[in-house]
Design a protein around this ligand. Structure first.
Ligand code: ZN
Length: 196
């Protein structure tokens, strides 16, 4: 197990609208699938490409639903690389009334059709293990009441096995050996390159 690569893409992804929050206000990680880029293969989709889609406010474009704002704080590429697109202290527009208390994590791929890559699950497990230590719970987008206004939507989709992920994150947290102090997990995230 190696720690994932975390890239700071915040400047490239900035939408100019900061929704500030204290780190302690984050209570949950909310997972999404992301595979709606016309003409861009999943393997080429990264945080900056996602931000460009949300900057597009023309009708039916991604940004038309978010007033041009970036939806996700984190994008996990098919390679497992983690692109941080918003500071943790700045929420995106991804889950309705849960935006402020939820960290929006988009995993590239359509998990109504296929499974995430092993590298994505490894990065996600690591990130969720840290999050558990900070007191977050882990949810799929459409597991949460009122997080989507489309009742037929399945996000991230059945091929992302959330129960497996939650259990793997519990085990990974134990192996981190950081105990029960949330500050130690925050320090670990910071040390790994996460921007608060
Ligand atoms: Zn979603």
């Amino acid at each position: 197990m190696v720690d994932p690569i975390i890239r700071n893409r915040i400047e490239e992804c900035a939408d100019g609208k900061r929704h500030g929050r204290a780190i302690e206000e984050i209570r949950r990680a909310i997972l999404h699938r992301l595979s709606f880029a016309p003409g861009i293969p999943d393997a080429e989709l990264d945080g900056a490409a996602v931000a460009r889609m949300f900057a597009d406010r023309t009708p039916y474009a991604a940004g038309s639903y978010t007033r041009g704002e970036m939806a996700y704080g984190i994008v996990i590429l098919t390679s497992g690389v983690i692109d941080q697109c918003l500071e943790l202290g700045d929420h995106g527009q991804h889950a309705g009334r849960w935006n402020h208390t939820g960290l929006g994590i988009a995993v590239v791929g359509d998990f109504t059709q296929h499974a995430p890559t092993p590298q994505q699950m490894e990065s996600l497990t690591w990130l969720c293990a840290q999050g558990l230590g900070m007191g977050w719970s882990i949810h799929g987008h459409t597991e949460i009441d009122g997080a989507s206004n489309d009742p037929r939507k399945s996000c991230p989709g059945p091929y992302m096995r959330l129960d497996w992920l939650r259990e793997a994150a519990v085990q990974r947290r134990k192996s981190l050996g950081l105990g029960s102090d949330p500050d130690r997990y925050a320090q670990a995230l910071y040390g790994a390159g996460v921007t608060f």
